[in-house]
Design a protein around this ligand. Structure first.
Ligand SMILES: [Zn+2]
Length: 133
């Protein structure tokens, strides 16, 4: 299956996994998905479940929106999360109090599998950050 086909991504969401492409030759990752490895141009690729923990690289606060599903949520934050073990960054919806956010803050992704979920993936503070172990 070609890596640019998002079927694997969507199938991952259906089973609670966030998946991304990985190169079978150089073993590196990239995002967003493309037909060939962006590092070595190999077309030998696979889909893997991405590491669950990412660090908040930066964020912005959305105060107004024209998206009907999000109107009741303003203000909310959208962030860029860095997955340091594999060197990629993902944009995602933050589910945390705005006052608690800081650069480098660890987050975990969570798939919201409900049919009306928008967006299907949200980022929540890592348990360590909120006083867990
Ligand atoms: Zn490669």
């Amino acid at each position: 299956m070609a890596v640019h086909d998002l079927l694997e991504y969507e199938e991952g969401l259906a089973v609670g996994e966030l998946r991304g492409p990985r190169c079978l030759d150089c073993e590196r990752h990239w995002w967003p998905p493309r037909a060939a490895c962006i590092h070595c141009r190999s077309s030998r690729t696979e889909w893997v479940t991405l590491p669950r923990v990412g660090n908040l690289f930066t964020w912005t606060t959305v105060g107004r929106t024209s998206l009907p599903d999000f109107r009741d949520r303003t203000p909310y934050a959208v962030g860029i999360f860095e997955l340091p073990d594999i060197g990629i960054r993902l944009v995602g919806h933050i589910r945390a109090p705005l006052y608690s956010l800081h650069i480098g803050m660890p987050f975990t992704w969570q798939v919201d599998g409900s049919p009306a979920a928008a967006p299907p993936i949200v980022w929540q503070p890592h348990p360590k950050e909120v006083g867990g172990s």
